[in-house]
Design a protein around this ligand. Sequence first.
Ligand code: NAD
Length: 462
Amino acid sequence: MRITIIGAGPGGYETAVAAASKDIDVTIISDGPVGGTCLNHGCIPTKTFCAHAQMLDNVRNAGEFGIETSAVSFDFSKVLRRKEAVVEQLRGGVEFLLKNKKIRYISGKASLKDNHTVVVRSADGEVAEEIDSDYIIIATGSVSAILPIPGADLEGVITSTELLSIDSVPKRLCIIGAGVIGLEFASIFNSFASQVTVLEYCKDILPRFDTDLAKRLKQTLSKKGIAIETSAQVQAITREDGLLKVSYLKKDKEACVVADKVLMAVGRKPAIESLNLSDIGLDFTPKGIVTDEDMRTNIPNVFAIGDIRGGMMLAHAATFEGKRALNAILADMQAGGPGKGKAADGIDFDIIPAAVFTCPEAAVVGLTEEDCKARGIACKCLKSFFRANGKAVSMGETEGYCKIIISEEGRILGCHLFGPHASDIIQEVAALMNKKASISELSQIIHAHPTLSEVILSAASN
Ligand code: NAD
């Protein structure tokens, strides 16, 4: 049995390793370094920047802990060097994994010739190789979306990829889009002492998140000195006297922000171009490749996983979609061929935790109150606050709260956290939701004291 995987991000490479462990002959093709966007230009380098930002904030606030420091100096070139070292170390780990499992790795641009053949081209466009296999998994990820406005192509208007390799901290940074990427970079560059302005089209930041959480996060970030303009319709970007001017409309009034750099953070779009999908009759829309719940496309031996499907664009979602696809392929093998099997695993794709690595962090899983209303589900909210949590008070990080959404029968439907280490704490609720636990079962679990996780227990006991 042979599988060809296109794309070596967390969807592609994890699936390659899992398939090779089942004695499947795996080839993986990527036109970028292994690890994909997540490892090279996304989650990992961003979290390294976050760690530097947090360290800077801690040093600046050290006086509150009786630690006096001299003037704080900050060498951004060392941030870049450390970020590169972190990425290289982890990339080396992935390369080792692929080699160790005897997975064939090919560097090049892949497209589909037919449902069994992948063509790989070298950088000069020459066909380097044609690979035949029983199954193909497309995991090519996504690219930054660019607003179709005048000036979007000006020098200095950049995406998150360029911002992660910028050679100096911009004095003034204007960010278009207050989604996950926009807010994480707003928080980081605010700590790096940039003057940050965020322009968001919708009436709230993080439009798909719990409204209450979004409002509190906006207040906190504004208090730290980040200017956030919501309901701002960006019209154009121009260059004037060496600076970038971002013009926008707010309540029909014209306004502008002047900046040294402009970050375009208005979402990501699936990387479907150049795969030759139309020619082989594979179904896709501008949102991404269409699949069933097994990640199978309309062509039974071709699967798609991760951002390319245009669903939850999260590394961990891609990894688990890869597990599902592999389970469906293994089921096909049992049932007698492509399209005959059905994955029978317990992965619940309605329970995908997500985090926003601002300072403090936000993290969510499951339904919001708004989702419940839209679906006609009667629900109740249970809340607790970090200001009443012993560990948070000791740490001097009391900003934030926990909101658990439960059904009338007491089933946990969702959790929305904002505060220190929210991204780590949310996992407990995700685990309980997977096990269909009730709120009273949660409240019977002994939580260690004093821990930040007690914020969950406090909400459950309210
Ligand atoms: P997003 O969809 O999260 O946010 C984009 C924001 O831009 C939205 O708030 C939207 O209203 C706004 N916007 C759109 N058009 C605009 C306009 N014309 N003017 C002003 N604002 C406008 O997208 P993103 O932040 O670019 O992130 C892309 C994807 O990557 C998301 O799916 C996100 O979940 C994922 N991601 C996740 C993490 C994480 O898990 N921590 C980190 C980074 C990215």
